[in-house]
Write a protein that binds this ligand. Structure first.
Ligand code: LLP
Length: 473
C-alpha cells in the first residue's frame, strides 16, 4: 500500500551548482516546500522581462538584420558556419519561469520534456533554474545527470523501457516511473525487488480523448499505443498496491502535442479526477497528478492558450474536483524551447524549375524533419532582407529525396549566398536530426546577451565513420 506523500525519503543529491542538497520533489521533512516557490532554486540570474510567444520574438529584425538577443545571426554564421541551430537563453528560461510562476503557491514541479531539445547547454540552463525533467530513455537520463540535475527531479515516461534502463534509473533514484502497461508494471516490480528497493510508480492512463492535433502526435486516443486504458486502471492500481517492489506515487496522462485549445486537456483531466476518486475510495492514496505536456506554440497564426491560462485551467479543475492540494507535475517541451530556437542556413543556389522556383539551401530534411514528416509550416526569414520584388520559392535541401523540403511557396527576395533563418525550430529540430546522406549534424549555439557559446560543435565526417569498421579481406 502506498504511504503518505511526499514520502519521507532522505535522499541527498548533487545539484547543478554542485551543492549537496535534498531534492524538492522526492521530499524531505526539512526541505520540501509546502508550496511551490518557483524562484527557490533559480540560480540563473535575476528576473528578466518576459518575452511574448510570437515565433519571431526571440529573433527580431533590427536595422535590417535578424538578431538573437544582442547578436546578429550573420556573425554566428560567420563564426560557426551553416547550418547551425541558434538558441536564445532568455527565450528558453522565460516560458519555464512562466510555468513555474503559474504553479506558485502549490506543490508541484515543471518537468521539461527532454526529447524536445536535449542539448546539454539547454538542460543545464533549465536545471539551474530549478526544472525537473521528463525522460524517455537511459540516454536522456544520462544527459540530465551530466547537465547537473538531481535524479530525484526526473520522471521516466515511454512505452518500451528496457530492463537495464529501469534498473539504472531506479539506482540513480528517479522520482517516478510513468508506467504504460501491465507488463511493464511487473517488470519494474521484479527489478525493484531484485535490487531491494521500492520503485515509485504512476500509471500513465489513456483517457481516450481527441486532442485535435496531427495524428502522429496524438497520444490520448484508444487507438494509440500509449498508456493504460483508463477503464483498466482501477484494477491495475489495486494489483500494483500489492506488489512489494512498488510504491504508488501518482497518476499520469499526456494526450498529445501542439495542442491549441484547452478543452481536450480538461476533458482528459476530468476523466483522470474520476479515476483518482475511484482509486482513493479503494484506499489507495494518489499523491501526485501529472498532466503531461502538449501545450502548442504559434508557428504562424495559431493562437494557443497562454502558459498561465493552461496551468490555471488544470489547477482550477483540480480545485473544483477537490484535488487542489495534490502535488502537480507538468511535462512541457515544445512550449519551452520551440520559439527559442532557429535554424540558420545559407542559400546554395536559386534554381528556376519548369513549374516553380527552388531555393536550394545547405540545411535539409536530415537537419529539420518536421516540415516533411508532419507537413509542418515553419516560418523562413531572410537574415538580411533585400529590397526588391520577391519571388515564390520552395526552400529545399541537398538530400536526394523529393520530400526534402523545409518550406513551400514562400515569397522571398533572395540571392545565392544569402542567409535564411527557419524560425520556431528550437523543439524537435536538432533532437530529431539524423546523418542521412552522410551529412554531419549542425552546430548548436546558445546566445546569452552579447555572448555566443558553441554548445555543440558541427559533426565531421570523422565523427560519422569513427563508429564503423570494415570486415577483413
Ligand atoms: N510528455 C510525454 C509523455 C510526451 O510524449 C511528450 C511529447 C511530452 C511530454 C512533451 O510534449 P510537448 O510539450 O513538447 O508537446 N516530434 C513531434 C512532437 C512529438 C511529441 C512527443 N511527445 C513534433 O515535432 O511535432
Amino acid at each position: 500500500m502506498a504511504g503518505t506523500y511526499p514520502a519521507p525519503r532522505k535522499r541527498r543529491t548533487k545539484d547543478a551548482r554542485g551543492d549537496d542538497r535534498t531534492n524538492a520533489f522526492a521530499g524531505d521533512g526539512a526541505r520540501h516546500p509546502d508550496r511551490y516557490d518557483p524562484d527557490a532554486d533559480d540560480e540563473s540570474g535575476a528576473a528578466e522581462p518576459a518575452m511574448t510567444t510570437a515565433p519571431d520574438a526571440a529573433f527580431p529584425l533590427i536595422d535590417h538584420h535578424l538578431r538573437c538577443e544582442g547578436i546578429a545571426l550573420e556573425s554566428i554564421a560567420q563564426r560557426y558556419g551553416t547550418p547551425t541551430y541558434v538558441y536564445s537563453r532568455q527565450a528558453v528560461l522565460d516560458p519555464f519561469r512562466r510555468y513555474a510562476g503559474a504553479l506558485a503557491g502549490r506543490q508541484g514541479l515543471v518537468c521539461y520534456a527532454v526529447k524536445a531539445n536535449s542539448n546539454l547547454g539547454i538542460l543545464h540552463l533549465l536545471a539551474r533554474a530549478g526544472a525537473g525533467f521528463d525522460i524517455v530513455s537511459g540516454g536522456e537520463l544520462a544527459r540530465v545527470l551530466a547537465a547537473g540535475a538531481p535524479a530525484s527531479r526526473v520522471v521516466f515516461s515511454g512505452v518500451g523501457k528496457r530492463a537495464d534502463e529501469i534498473a539504472d534509473a531506479l539506482t540513480a533514484g528517479i522520482a517516478c516511473f510513468n508506467v504504460e502497461s501491465e507488463a511493464e508494471l511487473h517488470l519494474v516490480d521484479a527489478i525493484a525487488q531484485r535490487l531491494g528497493r521500492r520503485a515509485p510508480v504512476s500509471l500513465r492512463v489513456n483517457p481516450d480523448v481527441d486532442p485535435q492535433t496531427h495524428p502522429y502526435i496524438s497520444t490520448g486516443l484508444k487507438s494509440n499505443k500509449f498508456g493504460i486504458p483508463i477503464g483498466d486502471a482501477p484494477d491495475l492500481y489495486r494489483r500494483a498496491a500489492d506488489m512489494a517492489g512498488l510504491e504508488i506515487v501518482g497518476v499520469d496522462c499526456h494526450i498529445g502535442s501542439q495542442l491549441t485549445s484547452i478543452a481536450p486537456m480538461l476533458d482528459a483531466a476530468n476523466r483522470v479526477f474520476d479515476l483518482v476518486d475511484r482509486i482513493e475510495r479503494d484506499g489507495i492514496p494518489i499523491p501526485h497528478l501529472d498532466f503531461g505536456g502538449g501545450l502548442g506554440i504559434a508557428y504562424r497564426d495559431e493562437e494557443p492558450p497562454e502558459i498561465e491560462a493552461w496551468v490555471a485551467a488544470i489547477l482550477s479543475c483540480a480545485d473544483r474536483r477537490g484535488h487542489g492540494n495534490k502535488f502537480f507535475l507538468v511535462e512541457p517541451g515544445r512550449s519551452i524551447v520551440g520559439n527559442a530556437g532557429a535554424l540558420l542556413t545559407r542559400v546554395l543556389h536559386c534554381k528556376p524549375g519548369a513549374e516553380k522556383n527552388f531555393a536550394i539551401v545547405d540545411a535539409a530534411m536530415n537537419d529539420l524533419i518536421r516540415p516533411t514528416l508532419y507537413d509542418a509550416w515553419m516560418d523562413v526569414r531572410a537574415v538580411h532582407p533585400r529590397s526588391g520584388v520577391p519571388k515564390t520559392y520552395d526552400i529545399v535541401g541537398p538530400v536526394c529525396e523529393s520530400g526534402d523540403w523545409l518550406a513551400r511557396e514562400r515569397a522571398l527576395c533572395i540571392e545565392e549566398g544569402d542567409l535564411l533563418a527557419v524560425l520556431s525550430a528550437g523543439a524537435y529540430g536538432m533532437s530529431m536530426a539524423s546523418n542521412y546522406n552522410s551529412r554531419g549534424r549542425p552546430a548548436e549555439v546558445l546566445v546569452d546577451g552579447t555572448q555566443m557559446y558553441l554548445v555543440r560543435r558541427r559533426e565531421t565526417i570523422d565523427d560519422l565513420i569513427a563508429l564503423e569498421s570494415v570486415v577483413p579481406d
